[in-house]
Design a protein around this ligand. Sequence first.
Ligand code: 13P
Ligand code: SF4
Length: 319
Amino acid sequence: EEELQAWRDRIKRLLNEQNAVLVAHYYTDPLIQALAEETGGCVSDSLEMARFGAEHSADTLVVAGVKFMGETAKILTPNKRVLMPTLEATCSLDLGCPPDEFSEFCDQHSDRTVVVYANTSAAVKARADWVVTSSIALDVVDHLDAQGEKILWAPDKHLGGYVQRETGADVLLWDGSCIVHEEFKAKGVEDLKALYPDAVVLVHPESPAAVVALADVVGSTSQIINAAKTRPEKRFIVATDQGIFYKMQQECPDKELMVAPTAGAGATCRSCANCPWMAMNSLENLCAVLERGDNEIFVDAELGRKAMIPLQRMLDFRM
Ligand code: 13P
Ligand code: SF4
């Protein structure tokens, strides 16, 4: 505990000295989330992280999350210094969508409007007409569908499938998935629901369709937290990364939150409701990056200019 306090104090001092602000995702270590809150930074979903970083006056953004979040911050504010506690933290969606292959796929379907999830590289974003996060994917695709546009969606097939079913739009899907959400099992959720029939099921749309079908509420991390807060029920089954429980429990101290079951009983899975890449962020490497000023995020200027267009479209989007 004393050691933790020492890390926290050092980080606070460094943030101050460097006019830096901490931007953290809900899936990161609760110690990091708490520190971001305490120091006037931000803890949020990917859309709000992008907004916050773009609007904040700090010289340096320290992004605790995964690579695409740091890149997004750099693309939106190329003049700021963007640091990340680790450069190793990637995402299976980003990895599963190599820019060259993706660009070829787009060329083969040039009649379609290209909508990509924020969980992608700068090069993939640079090839897109729109970037969306799970908070606004439905609204954006609804809007494009109403204009008669056909969609090419990448990379998450589960989120894309959900958007397709909900909007009825013509959506061509790239075959990517999140290794964390893909592990949630409909059978497990049904069994838990049988034990607790009063429980509300909250599901992130990166989960498989069979799990989404059991949901009372489907939404981004911030929408899930908001549902737990505003629904009158007392018990919730939550299908997303366990990091979210820190904020959820803080927002609703009197409610019982249960993580949705992943692989079958006794089975092991490496990333059970816990993103291995998000987990690479720690107070220790956060402190080190501020001390050394390394792990700076750079995005090729030309690529950045191209990627900024669909990203800015996302930030400016209003229904
Ligand atoms: P949100 O945008 O809902 O926070 O989730 C994105 C995600 O999976 C980050 O890994
Ligand atoms: Fe990517 Fe899934 Fe981890 Fe989010 S939880 S960063 S989508 S692998």
